[in-house]
Design a protein around this ligand. Structure first.
Ligand code: HEM
Length: 321
């Protein structure tokens, strides 16, 4: 009898009580497709083994999905006769990477499951979570809520207006994050995502030639790979350890070595600045950075998901069913 009651209790907790935003706990797919999450992780792991940067690219893909009308897989949709998708919006064009890896994950999951049950939006959330854990280690591991449905439409306009550009100042960055229900701590912690990956010259040229709050030696070494004209797609690492998710990004900001104008805006050495204080704190307390990064990732991953009867589960992440 006791076994029966504990079964019923587990059933109620797992099935009936959703986590925030109408999502379900990480065990969501376990009953119907026990191998779903391990399948995603193994494709992500292989992709990162092939190219460590892919972990960064998958993290950014999830961010760019969530910031445009919620984490609904809309970023993955190709253009159709009815809409121009997000892939060609300015923040994404020739910039967002990893679409083939998402296709690979979707194929693998569809083979591992009895039917099409894992949404593309959930795949992005899990792939970002796994990338973070692979590049950051156990202190960056967290559980992700699941049950997101996929959007049936995407918006080029919204991708252009909702994603922050690297020329934003602190108050613009903060109001952008606030418009997504995130706060200053989320802004600073999540900007720590710039501890991994690379950026194209075109995105930081203005800073290395015009900004005055940049270490001159750092600026001139970047200018070698990023001339005043040409070389738009040449890349530079976002911090000194681009294959490791760590707090080196925050240490660099203290030395005026933020790659983007927007990065350096988080630390301007102004007494009493809340943002400066967070950057200083994370630069010397890696475990607090990891803890806040995990919490803010969970907040971002749960932004405005489609659940229940909303949306669909796409068969192919690039197009609506
Ligand atoms: C705060 C506002 C932000 C701005 C202005 C911004 C801007 C950018 C830009 C311009 C790039 C380079 C794109 C290119 O070279 O084509 C980049 C790369 C990247 N961003 Fe951000 N970003 C922001 C926040 C975030 C957040 C919240 C995350 C994740 C939590 C993130 C993760 C990344 C990663 C991992 C890369 C490297 C991607 C790769 O190597 O493929 N960014 N970001």
């Amino acid at each position: 009898m006791a076994v029966f009651y504990s079964f019923v209790l587990c059933f109620i907790l797992v099935i009936v009580i959703p986590t925030s935003a109408g999502l379900s706990p990480e065990s969501f797919y376990t009953a119907e497709c026990p191998r779903a999450l391990s399948t995603i992780k193994s494709v992500v792991k292989k992709a990162i083994d092939r190219e460590p940067r892919m972990g960064a690219s998958l993290l950014r893909m999830h961010f760019h999905d969530c910031f445009v009308n919620g984490c609904d897989g809309s970023v993955l949709l190709d253009d159709t006769a009815n809409f121009t998708g997000e892939k060609t919006a300015f923040p994404n064009l020739n910039s967002l990477r990893g679409f083939e890896v998402v296709d690979e994950i979707k194929d693998a999951v569809n083979r591992a499951c009895p039917r099409n049950i894992v949404s593309c939006a959930d795949i992005l959330a899990v792939a970002a979570r796994d990338s973070v854990a692979i590049l950051g280690g156990t202190s960056f591991s967290y559980n992700v809520s699941l049950g997101r449905k996929d959007a049936k439409t995407a918006s080029w306009e919204d991708a252009n207006t909702n994603l922050p550009p690297p020329v934003f100042n602190l108050s613009q960055l903060l109001s952008n994050f606030q418009s997504h229900g995130l706060d200053l701590k989320d802004l600073v912690a999540l900007s720590g995502g710039h501890s991994i990956g690379l950026a194209r010259c075109i995105t930081f040229r203005g800073r290395i030639y015009n900004d005055t709050d940049i270490d001159p030696t750092f600026a001139s070494s970047l200018q070698k790979g990023c001339p005043l004209s040409g070389g738009d797609n040449n890349t530079a690492p976002l911090d000194a350890t681009p294959k490791l998710l760590d707090n080196v990004y925050f240490k660099s900001l203290l030395e005026s070595k933020g790659l983007f104008h927007s990065d350096q805006e988080l630390f301007k050495n102004i007494t009493g600045s809340e943002s400066d204080n967070l950057v200083k704190h994370y630069s010397t307390n890696p475990s607090d950075f990891a803890e806040d990064f995990r919490a803010s990732m969970i907040k971002m991953s749960n932004m405005k998901p489609l659940t229940g009867d909303e949306g669909e589960i796409r068969l192919n992440c690039r197009k609506v069913n």
